[in-house]
Each structure stands twice: as C-alpha cells, then as structure tokens.
Ligand binder design. Sequence first.
Ligand code: GTP
Ligand code: MG
Length: 253
Amino acid sequence: MPLTTFIVLPTYNEGENIVRLVPALFDLEVADLQVLVVDDNSPDGTGEIVETLAEQADYAGRLHVLHRPEKQGLAPAYIQGFTQALSMGADYVIQMDADLSHQPKYIPGLLRQAQEYDIVIGSRFADGGSVDEGWGPLRKLLSWWANRVYTPAILRIPIRDATGGFRIYRRDALVGMDMERVKANGYVFMVEMIYVAYRLGYRIGEIPIHFPDRQHGDSKMSSAIALEAALRVWQIRLRHRQLRPPLHASDAK
Ligand SMILES: Nc1nc2c(ncn2[C@@H]2O[C@H](COP(=O)(O)OP(=O)(O)OP(=O)(O)O)[C@@H](O)[C@H]2O)c(=O)[nH]1
Ligand SMILES: [Mg+2]
C-alpha cells in the first residue's frame, strides 16, 4: 500500500494563489497525495474557492478544507491541520505557505530526504539556498543572522533555517512530539516545533531552496511580528530545555 502524504496549507486571503498552487501540487504525481487547506474564514473567499475546486473530478476525495471561524494565527491553524491530517491517516505531513514562496518542485526532494530524517526543512539559509533577489542587503543580512547565528546560538541547535515554514514531518515524529506542549501562537511556532523535535532526539535534515517573494496577495508578516518572534526564542528555550529523548525500552533498567 503506498504511503499517504498530506500537505497542510494555512490560508488567509490567498484566493489568487491557491488556484495556482493546488493544480501544481497535484501535477507532481506524488503517490497518494492529499491536500488540506486550513482557512481562517478569509474575507476574499479562499475557503469557498477551495470547496469549489474540491468538487472537480480531478481532485475528488483528495482536496479538503478545514474552516475556522476567524483569523487566529498560524500556530492554531497548523495544529488543527496536522491533527486532522494524522487522524485521516497521514504517513508524511508537509507544511507549506500557500503564497507560492514555497515552490512545489521541492516536494519530491523533501519526501526523498524523509527516508533518512524525521523532519526535513526546505531551507533558505543552508548552503545552496537563497531568498528573493529583490530583498535589500539589510533585510537579507538580518534574516541570515537571525537564522544562522541568533537562533542556533540561543537554542544550541545546528539548524540553519529554524524559522522556515516549508517542512516535512514523518508521522511518528509528529505524534511523538506531542503538539500539546507547543504553546507559541504565530510565527515562532516554527522555531518551537523544531526545538521540541531536536530536544526529543528526532533527526532533522535540511535541503536548500530558493524562496521567491509572493506575487499575489498581502503578507501578514511585519517587522514588529518578526521582533516579537525573535524575543520569544528565549521563552522557548526556557520552556523546553529540560526535554530529553525518551528512553528506549532496552535502555531501561
Ligand atoms: N489559517 C491562517 N493562515 C494564515 C494566518 N496568517 C498567515 N497565514 C497563512 O500562512 C502563510 C504564510 O503567511 P505570509 O503572510 O505569507 O507570511 P510569511 O510567508 O511569513 O511572510 P512573507 O515573506 O511576507 O510572505 C500564508 O499561506 C498565509 O495565508 C492565519 O492567521 N490563519
Ligand atoms: Mg509568505
């Protein structure tokens, strides 16, 4: 039986992007692929657009929407989406933005690496990774520093894009991490998930990606949000630094 891969896409006003992204995902011809959109009642009707797409014969039974009542941030959207994907039988869960900054062409590479790792990050700051050519030097430097220097130093993790939101998780890792313990709301959720996984001993890999800026719709990110996320890295360290890998049965005396 082929393994089931679920792609979880949180959306808030991504109508113009989702109609491009969904066909591109199914064009990949990944075996037993399911797509789950988690929409926070987008005023532009993203949720309804996906419902309409889901009625097309091509996507029948493979495209799903979770409707949430209002914009509540990325973290609860992801947790609800991951939980639903697991309950629908996902063997692999891919998380990605719906704005096309995370390009579908990297998905086969993520799946390949997931044979060796429990979690694989599509990484902008690994060797060979890159960000949009339009980023100014200051933005590039700040983002590089936050990911390559600041976050790894505080958390003592050898990860080069802990804030990156393009990832694959193996089912057993996502279950073993117990998402209940992840408290972050918003963008720092990415960092908290990776820190918990690292402390628990899961194997984390990275593959380089190019990250183009969105062409349609508006970003929900701002410098205030980025600064808050940076400060919250300390909170995450305090919350989880005692975590240890669970003892293997054979290690127990
Ligand atoms: N369901 C849900 N999705 C959200 C929420 N906030 C952002 N998203 C989605 O999360 C993804 C990432 O959001 P973006 O606004 O692109 O933020 P970003 O990618 O960190 O920042 P940019 O680099 O500016 O694009 C997109 O698919 C958004 O639609 C939210 O509160 N609820
Ligand atoms: Mg984006």
